[in-house]
Design a protein around this ligand. Structure first.
Ligand code: SF4
Ligand code: SF4
Length: 279
């Protein structure tokens, strides 16, 4: 039976909870290390090492370098491990100052000067983006990633209809107003960026009426480009479907709420993350 381990670096444990919801693996794979449920002193030799969270502390780096030596395959799991996410919020000066001001925290692992994606430190065989990746995506990563069928973008999996006759003039705030069923959230004035976000999640957020925030990162069309190209494509969609001033869209895209996913080392350009390695 294939053995796998989950190494949790700086993140929120949401990725682990999603993995635990993919109960199908229980019959087929043996989980040998995951501090949340299977404690072990050290990560043993495994077929697959799933790494969640970003490299934020000296302890993260030490554990990561040690664990990959014994793994046949390394999978970077979730936005934090791949492109920033919550772990990267500590790069903000105010968060850092707050953390360092607490004397009683002298005994916790030391923060590195900035956070890093996993592939800045070790080789990665497969990327599993999402915040968190869905249970179905975890199963695909463990079994046969190449066979996983997904639409190019979240729009392809959403099921909501884009209509010409609804052109909003301003954005509606997140979770404001009453969301109409079946109609595209952009037509209703919400900042949904599913049109250029990587498909494969099956659009649980937009189906439920929550705009896509881009946690799966850019679709193949933008994945090897700078994040500015992704941003420009979102603006284009809003220009075509709405009368919302571009400045208003730009400001909303740069809000902390979305910057978590969009602008934290999101550039794949010049990195060794070819789209073929991204599920
Ligand atoms: S990617 Fe999202 S769910 Fe996973 S550890 Fe980071 S914040 Fe949590
Ligand atoms: S823009 Fe958002 S709501 Fe509209 S179809 Fe695409 S994913 Fe669905």
């Amino acid at each position: 039976m294939k053995q796998f381990a989950v190494l949790q670096l700086s993140g929120c444990a949401g990725c682990e909870v999603s993995l635990l919801n993919a109960e199908e693996w229980v019959e087929r794979y043996q989980l040998v290390y995951m501090p949340l449920v299977v404690s072990a002193y050290d990560v043993p030799a495994v077929d697959v090492l799933l790494v969640s969270g970003g490299v934020r502390t000296d302890e993260d780096l030490y554990k990561l370098r040690k664990a990959v030596k014994q793994a046949q395959q390394v999978v970077a799991v979730g936005t934090c491990a791949i492109s920033g996410g919550v772990a990267n919020l500590g790069n903000r000066d105010d968060v850092r100052a707050l953390f360092l001001a607490r004397e009683e925290r002298y005994h916790v692992p030391h923060l590195l000067p900035k956070s890093h994606p996993v592939d800045a430190m070790v080789g990665v065989d497969l990327y599993l983006p999402g915040c968190p990746p869905t249970p179905e995506l975890f199963m695909a990563a463990l079994s046969d990633p190449a066979a996983y069928q997904a639409s190019k973008t979240v729009c392809g999996e959403c099921g909501r209809k884009k209509v010409r006759e609804m052109r909003p003039e301003h954005l509606l705030g997140f979770q404001q107003g009453r969301v109409l069923p079946d109609i595209c959230l952009i037509n209703q004035g919400y900042l949904c960026i599913g049109s250029s976000t990587r498909g494969g999640c099956r659009a649980p957020c937009t189906r439920a009426g929550h705009p896509c925030v881009g946690c799966r990162g850019p679709s193949d069309a933008f994945i090897e480009k700078e994040s500015a190209a992704w941003l420009a494509s979102i603006q284009k969609v809003f220009a075509a479907m709405t009368d919302i001033p571009p400045d208003e869209v730009e400001a909303a895209l740069r809000s902390p709420h979305l910057a978590l996913f969009l602008f934290q080392f999101a550039d794949y350009a010049g990195t060794s993350r070819p789209k073929e390695k991204v599920l």
